[in-house]
Design a protein around this ligand. Structure first.
Ligand code: KG4
Length: 334
């Protein structure tokens, strides 16, 4: 079954063709980073307009790359939540029109379910159940993946996402947007013990909930204090200390949950799963605990449409299709 998949929830327009949920025939991505860079973050209006300009061109290109025609497409899938509402709406409306024109089913896909499904593309042998830490620019959640479409959130951030913590820290350090990768790169030259940063704790109730706003504020305060007193900031040391603090927070909770719930397979997904410290710490923790780790290659960690095509296939098998009244949503439970 060939699925034409569309992703437009934030600042990447992406269209893919995926066969049977596992085989990527085409995976086209147009990154808007250059459009938003000057503003230091994503401007929702600009994002939506840019999606509109390129989405149909990308779809044509995806069909050409895949070596298929419109007649070979069996269904159209799209991210319908969560995301920047204007941006998601563009993808949803394009997908609706395409499904209607081609006379094929329309499949709505939750963006975070898509991130989790990136692992199915990278690891053909992986099947639920497994535990997955989904870490992106707007979401941080620990997910109990019992089945392809049967999952629940065990814990989540109470405030900022891990990606937000990296992005805001990078901004105050003058490292640009998006800030996760520059912080990751810089951290490799720094001492991860250079700064004592808080390990954000949530002590009331759910042991798997997290918090990152205190960590973000700690980094901002270190930099502002140095600016006010004329002291130098050890940027590489701060970047390394931040990566360590975020990684320890995430890895401890995930491994705790894997142990308590008896999961042998642990996965990570989302843009922040590209972080080299987090990947290395997870690998070491899983080896120590005798568990198998699944983390997609870097290209499949960030936003892409192939992951939407992968999850779309399983949503279709579960009967989750939509009509032309499908709406887009800024927020949506998993
Ligand atoms: O999954 P994604 O591409 O978009 C969302 O769905 O949000 O994630 C984007 C986030 C940004 O916050 C970006 O700074 C972060 O992923 N990111 C990283 C790295 N690469 C991207 N964070 C830490 N280390 C990285 N290497």
């Amino acid at each position: 079954m060939n699925i034409l998949a569309v992703e437009s929830s934030c600042d990447e327009t992406a269209v893919a063709v995926v066969a049977d949920g596992r085989r990527v025939l085409a995976d086209e991505i147009f990154s808007q980073v250059a459009l938003h860079e000057i503003y230091g973050g994503v401007v929702p209006e600009i994002a939506a307009r840019s999606h509109l300009e390129v989405v149909s061109l990308l779809a044509d290109r995806a069909l050409r790359t895949a070596g298929v025609t419109r007649a070979d497409i069996d269904a159209v899938a799209c991210t319908y939540a969560p995301g920047l509402i204007g941006a998601v709406l563009v993808g949803v409306n394009f997908a609706k029109s395409a499904a209607l024109a081609l006379g094929v089913p329309l499949i709505p896909v939750h963006h975070i379910r898509g991130h989790i499904a990136a692992n199915y593309l990278a690891f053909p042998e992986l099947e639920p159940p497994f535990l997955c830490l989904a870490i992106s620019g707007g979401n941080t959640m620990l997910v109990d993946v019992r089945g392809y479409t049967d999952m629940s959130v065990l814990g989540r951030t109470r405030d900022d996402a891990a990606g937000e913590c990296f992005d805001k820290s990078a901004r105050v350090l003058g490292l640009g947007y998006p800030g996760g990768k520059p912080i990751d790169d810089l951290s490799k030259q720094g001492d991860d013990g250079a700064y004592e940063l808080p390990r954000p704790a949530v002590n009331d109730g759910n042991p798997y909930d997290m918090s990152f706003s205190g960590l973000k504020t700690a980094v901002v305060n270190i930099v502002h204090h140095a600016q006010q007193t004329g002291a130098a900031v050890d940027k590489a040391g701060l970047a390394a200390s931040l990566c360590r603090a975020v990684s320890e927070t995430l890895v401890i909770r995930t491994m705790d949950a894997a142990q308590k719930l008896g999961y042998e397979r642990v996965a990570a997904a989302g843009g922040v799963a590209a972080n080299s410290r987090i990947r290395a710490d997870f690998q070491a923790a899983c080896e120590k605990a005798g568990k198998t780790l699944y983390v997609p290659p870097l290209r499949l960690c960030g936003d892409n449409a192939a992951m939407i095509g992968a999850q779309g296939y399983y949503e279709y098998l579960a009967g989750h299709t939509a009509g032309p009244d499908l709406n887009a949503y800024a927020t949506m439970e998993l």
